[in-house]
Design a protein around this ligand. Sequence first.
Ligand SMILES: N[C@@H](CCC(=O)N[C@@H](CS)C(=O)NCC(=O)O)C(=O)O
Length: 314
Amino acid sequence: MIKAQFPEEQSKDGGFVRQQDAFSGWVGAGVADGLPVQPGRYHLYVSYACPWAHRTIIVRALKGLEDAVGMTVVDPARDERGWRFGEGDGFTADPVNGFRYLSEAYLATDPHYDSRVTVPVLWDKETRRIVSNNDDDIMRMFETEFDRLAKRPELNLYPREHAGEIDRLNAHLYDTFNNGVYKAGFATSQEAYEHAARTVFATLDELEERLSRQRYLIAGSPVETDWRAFVTLVRFDAVYVGHFKCNLRRIVDYPHLWGYLRDLYQIEGIAQTVNFDHIKRHYYLTHGEINPTRIVPIGPLLDLTEPHGRENLP
Ligand SMILES: N[C@@H](CCC(=O)N[C@@H](CS)C(=O)NCC(=O)O)C(=O)O
């Protein structure tokens, strides 16, 4: 079998099995030993390229937490030492700790840490440790626990009456779509690839059908699940079609999904969170096993600002 993208994260049949998140602390009253919610205490380390980080960037922006929780973006091109800080287009040095590599945050928290160093990371300036590198939890904390500090505390991305459906669809989308494209892209056997890629398109077909009847996935306004879908949809034509070989169709070929993607993109505050330069350079430059020439493609041409015409859907 050829060398896998993440050698430790391959099953015997060439499937990609993602590592578990290492740090799962909590800020807020939702758990017994939660850390206190305080302005300026926590800092988010992210990459604009990464869909898991992108979810947390979106919730921070939608809730209006920019002043309460600082954020630093890493260089989209990882080198052999992993995610790096520095000065460049859309990324900066680390103003909080002066770290040169994100691995320093992991080692400061656990000196024996030896798994992959991933974004997003929520850092506690007071204890000088990582609170969490679990994007699901970071989203939820920003959605609920930080309301006292949020400019838009009334925005509810996890409405109680839809919680069951949100949890169900989140899990389905994670397995078949958000992580599904990775399972297709990082497969090292034909069977594992085909199974994963076909599953991705089965889910896109379901979403297309659902979005022909309603403007958003679950409620009358976007909830957490819509943003979880968005981060994969917005990368799909630019990266997953070519780089991850998810190429039965593109999002622009699905009339409802394409309109839905533009609808979400045009919501205030969202376009600024989407950085196609970082997205494309990250995937094509850093996955040497699947793109050994490291050539970044010139396309596609996508206009996410075109009118979407979905205002009248229920
Ligand atoms: N915590 C996320 C995963 C985060 C993740 O895998 N991030 C990627 C970027 S998209 C990363 O940082 N990869 C580092 C590496 O592959 O070494 C999850 O719950 O699934």
